[in-house]
Design a protein around this ligand. Structure first.
Ligand code: NAP
Length: 277
């Protein structure tokens, strides 16, 4: 059976041109395009990490069957390995591939509104709850154990691959994606003689869960899951845990995680290392 492909490109001119080039190369290969509404073997994104986040949410129903591949038209990303001039090599690897993949953890989030309606979501980077006006007041429990009442601008729950995104800007730790964990970071928590919260980022293992209870009298939080906003939900509580599902990336070669970190945040090395598997 032929291996099937689906391509998602962002609006940038370079990404659009590269998409056309890739379409022609796929047509000239032993690969074929997936039929509409069927899970492809490979979802190839062209753009940045943001483009991969969009594809992840759009094609979430294919998570267990499809392998993602990111081509970056900007800088080396945390989800994007391939460079625009490597299309021939990519096609060759896809034709030869035995389906080897690497999987990264996701967060399963259950939102409950004030009418006890539930919405279940998956996050690839993070999920945040921010104040629109004033201070949010949130009771934080871990494994049904009440920990603290947080007061401040909001809270962020991030995955290991999301730990280099917003989490890092909030002072959270960078977590290697092989560590299956969930990280909780504060946004401008109030800490004085009257109010106390832990302050430090907290890293929770995959068999534990975090619950957040919102004080409704203090306003409705703005919910963000990766690049998506959920504005209409009158949020009462949240339950979050490392998800049973994970995202799979095709693994033909390996960019060392710490090389990505160096490249993204320091940029002192001339080139990053790609090791063929
Ligand atoms: P966006 O404009 O699409 O992205 C903001 C920047 O974050 C882009 O440079 C993006 O890289 C980068 N990014 C995305 N995921 C990342 C990851 N896992 N590790 C390192 N960098 C990452 O913003 P958006 O649509 O509002 O939100 C999408 C994501 O961007 C969020 O999930 C969040 O993690 C991240 N973000 C970070 C900050 C911050 O650090 N203060 C602020 C807003 C959003 P590309 O250019 O490759 O797409």
């Amino acid at each position: 059976m032929k291996k099937t492909i689906l391509i998602v490109a962002n609006e940038m001119e370079q990404s659009q041109e590269l998409e056309q080039e890739l379409i022609e190369k796929v047509e000239a290969s032993t690969l074929e395009f997936a039929k509409p509404h069927t899970a492809p073997d490979y979802i190839i994104t062209i753009g940045g990490d943001g483009t991969l986040l969009s594809a992840f949410h759009h094609y979430q129903e294919y998570l267990d069957k499809s392998h993602f591949i990111g081509i970056h038209t900007g800088h080396l990303g945390f989800y994007t390995d391939w460079r625009p001039h490597e299309l021939d090599e990519l096609i060759h690897e896809l034709e030869q591939s035995d389906g080897t993949s690497i999987s990264y953890p996701l967060i399963a989030i259950e939102l409950t509104d004030t009418n006890d309606r539930k919405l279940e979501l998956l996050a690839l980077n993070e999920c945040t709850f921010r104040s629109r006006t004033g201070t949010l007041v949130i009771d934080v429990s871990i494994n049904d154990y009440f920990l603290e009442t947080f007061r401040g601008d909001g809270l962020c729950l991030s995955t290991p691959t999301g730990s280099t995104g917003l989490n890092k800007s909030l002072g959270g730790a960078i977590i290697h994606p092989r560590v299956e964990a969930l990280q909780l970071t504060e946004m401008a928590g109030i800490n004085n003689r009257v109010y106390r919260s832990v302050t430090s980022p907290m890293i929770v293992p995959n068999d534990e869960w975090i619950e957040l209870e919102f004080d409704r009298s203090k306003g409705k939080p703005l919910i963000q899951v990766d690049h998506l906003y959920f504005d209409h939900i009158d949020l009462k509580s949240v339950r979050a845990q490392v998800a049973k599902e994970s995202i799979h990336f095709a693994r033909f070669r390996h960019t060392h995680f710490w090389d990505r970190v160096e490249n993204a945040f320091l940029g002192n090395k001339q080139d990053y290392t790609i090791k063929k598997l």
